[in-house]
Design a protein around this ligand. Structure first.
Ligand code: TYM
Length: 329
């Protein structure tokens, strides 16, 4: 039987935080042995926000090194840069003619970004989900490991695929999200009712490759509440609930067990131990990253190979799509 196809992407915006890792990347690592996986550094998506050409170049290589350091195996998966396969942008156009503008306008991420960049809301921010749909559909992917924040985009991808299939004939399978419940929405350290994100600022996120000292400092400063008990209560104690979820993810234990271990102990002690657990969890990857980060040529070679493999499939699929749409004459 043919292996099912998995697709996911990450924007090269510098750091990788706990949310990216537990919401998505950890699933990439688990899925790489079982499925035919395409993982992409989505540099075209990153252009929707102000980023200099030199940072974009640098972050593309850096993000690739991060992924390799975490254990992604380029012999098992197709690891490539989005812009290396121009069919993504061609398919974006073809999908845009079956995408209602109203659907794009009601995307939460678009509405949030439109508020953030009041002065100039570029069309790329609005069209962002069509490019994401084209990433997925170009490879006819069925399983998409993502965090909760991407579910709305994925639902729209399904709608776009349905509309395309209806108008041009059955072409795309309908992709499904692969979610890991505990890690699907890691919250900000400074405002635990908001999701962890880099755009909120330094104190809100924890970069998994940050210096150990910085990790200790950020966890120590994480916002909690005026109580004393280490107890999971999402409504009354969102800060502690978030830290408990993170603890349970790095330690592989149930939250109930952790609560028991910390009975009668204070927040400071809990945070101190949590910081060490996080540092330990990522220490091997961090060492690998430090050893690899200057080997730019090797990283470029890996991406070149990924490009070759991605192109083979993408080209075959785009030929079929062009034919269905009526572009072959
Ligand atoms: P990006 O680069 O913003 O984030 C990468 C992955 O991390 C997840 N994530 C989180 N998960 C849990 N808690 C959080 N606080 C958190 N913050 C981020 C995201 O859900 C994502 O899975 N649009 C995508 C990239 C993309 C893509 C695709 C994904 C482009 N094309 C096709 C899947 C399939 C994005 O912005 O990811």
């Amino acid at each position: 039987m043919e292996k099912k196809i998995v697709f996911s992407g990450i924007q090269p915006t510098g750091e990788i935080h706990l949310g990216n890792y537990f919401g998505s990347l950890k699933q990439w690592l688990d899925l790489q042995d079982k499925y035919f996986c395409f993982f992409s550094i989505v540099n075209l998506h990153a252009l929707t926000e102000p980023i200099s050409p030199s940072s974009l170049e640098e972050n593309t290589l850096k993000t690739t090194s991060y992924l390799l350091s975490l254990g992604l195996n380029p012999k098992k998966v197709v690891l490539f840069v989005q812009s290396d396969i121009p069919y993504h942008t061609e398919l974006t156009w073809l999908l845009s003619v079956v995408t209602p503008v109203g659907d794009l306008l009601r995307m939460t991420q678009f509405k949030d970004k439109a508020k953030q960049f009041k002065e100039t809301v570029n069309a790329g921010l609005l069209n962002y989900p069509i490019l994401m749909a084209s990433d997925i559909l170009l490879y006819k992917a069925e399983y998409i490991p993502v965090g909760k924040d991407q579910l709305q985009h994925l639902e729209l991808t399904r709608e776009i695929a349905r509309r395309f299939n209806r108008r041009f004939g059955q072409t795309f399978p309908l992709p499904k999200a692969v979610l890991e419940e505990r890690g699907a929405k890691i919250m900000s350290l400074a405002e635990p009712k908001k999701k962890m994100s880099k755009s909120l600022g330094e104190e809100h996120y924890l970069g998994i490759f940050e210096e150990p000292e910085k990790i200790r400092e950020k966890i120590a400063k994480a916002v909690t509440d005026s109580g004393k008990e280490i107890k999971y209560d999402q409504e009354k104690k969102p800060g502690i609930a978030n830290l408990l979820r993170i603890y349970s993810l790095v330690e592989g234990k149930e939250i109930k067990e952790i609560e028991k271990e910390f009975q009668g102990k204070g927040y400071a002690e809990f945070k101190k131990i949590l910081a060490e657990k996080i540092i330990d969890y990522f220490s091997q990857s961090r060492e690998k990253f430090l050893a690899m980060k200057d080997k730019k040529e090797e990283i470029r070679e890996i991406l070149k190979e990924g490009r070759r493999k991605a192109e083979e499939i993408a080209q075959k699929n785009i030929e079929e799509i062009r034919q269905k749409v009526g572009l072959k004459y």
